[in-house]
Design a protein around this ligand. Sequence first.
Ligand code: HEC
Ligand code: HEC
Length: 491
Amino acid sequence: MNASRVDRRVRALPARLRWAALAACVGTFVSVVALAAAERNVGATTAPEAGTATAAARGLERLLLRAYLPPDFDQQVFDDLWTTWEEPARARAEQADMPERRRMAMERYGLTPHPDDPSRSMQYVVDPSSGSWTMSCLACHQGQVDGRVIPGLPNANYALETLTEEVRMVKVRQRKPFGHMDVGSLFLPLGTTNGTTNAVMFGVALMRHRDPDLSIVQRPPRFDLVHHDMDAPPWWHYAKRRSLYADGFAPKGHRILMQFLLVKENGPEKLHGWEDEFRDIERWIESLEAPRWPWPVEATLAEKGRAIFLQHCADCHGTYDPAGPARETYPDRIVDIAEVGTDRVRFDSLTAKERGELNNSWFGHMGADAAIMKDRESPAGYVAPPLDGIWASAPYLHNGSVPTLWHLLHPAQRPAVWKRTATGYDRARVGLEVEEMEKMPTGTGQEKLSSAERRRHFDTSKPGKSAKGHDFPDALDEEEKTAVLEYLKTL
Ligand code: HEC
Ligand code: HEC
């Protein structure tokens, strides 16, 4: 791309996004997305398309720059986190200079350095005057593969619980007040394995404190929560899905995207006031496209795999075409829980009443969306998700229990316990680079495993974490599985 074209595109962007576009040469996330939006904007011949591109660019800008929640901690707290680490990490940090310590902290908590300023992370909005850090949607919804930042990829490294625990310790020492996460995590687990979170139960707990039009309920009746960790789905599925979440009960729309913001500081007026901003955020999410496998593919083998996929998988997962979504099909099929056979805790954790209440509230446009979706208050099982860009979104299944596509295709060989490397990618098995174990390690000698280290392991024997089920690939022989694996790389 020549300089004058870049310049023209950059000038077409809102002022605060220009920094991002200018970084295009290094291929950073923001610039790629902002440029794609600007390109559609500049090249658009019809006004509505141009409007969508601008709205999407604005949506991204909001996600990166706007704090919708109260702050979590300040820079001083972040920079002292290393003092709480176990050895030898602590000693290594002590020897390091500040930029290196910050890099180590980002790696420990699964954060991605901001392309504009590596001292802060993309997952938190940092206020330049106060230095406060506020968690954003990107905390769970922005990850990386093999060092590449891919827009809308779930964050498979996020160590939310470890970060919150260590922030609390530093705040006690610095005599600073606790924030909503610091307090919340004393009442409910945030995530027992890095990369997955108890987000669904945060949602249920927050909803319990609101009436249908969002007013705050001071003393909600007692309620039970079935804690379990979920792997967030990639955002580039949004355009294809007709409804949301693993069991497909929630309506699509800008309002449901705000569910995570229901802390008591955000009263109904604030949420109403943010509707337009979330329309823009929805446009951005909708505009995302699945990333392409960046390495070579064996074309003949993949072609063989395509035929097998059509025969064994496409009924549930749809068909795929390099020419784009217009030539594809997606059945949006809910598969009975007994038939799919994957972990059922997520399925059982919500009652029809809870699903109904969400649909009948402001989030479901006071029931208008539920009327369209009809039977989704009591779904029969899990939605068979689209498989676009599936190579990038490991780990697999709704609970993130299966580390690679090879393991997904070999149900009997899925590891009981696995631990991923910090950022390693397994190109042969397509997914996370992992160490496999038969059971959880207990630590060596007197040393018990620290909680930070324990959360680096995925233990499939724990409730909600089973890697069983989805045995459909067992209908294939080994040669067919190899061909399907090759084909999956091309989606
Ligand atoms: C703590 C982690 C976390 C944060 C923060 C978070 N999400 Fe999510 N999100 C999840 C998980 C987990 C799911 C899957 C829930 C399910 O399927 O039951 C999800 C699902 C979604 C989906 C549905 C996708 C689909 O295909 O079904 C959308 C859209 C979404 N989130 C948008 C947002 C937005 C917008 C924000 C910020 C306001 C946000 N999320 C903040 C964890 C998070
Ligand atoms: C009867 C319907 C059905 C058939 C047939 C089927 N699947 Fe699935 N698949 C599902 C459902 C439902 C899920 C979600 C299960 C969960 O998350 O617990 C799923 C999940 C997956 C996932 C993980 C998706 C993710 O984002 O984590 C992959 C990959 C996958 N299937 C590939 C295949 C392949 C390859 C075949 C053919 C060999 C196949 N499936 C056959 C229903 C089906």
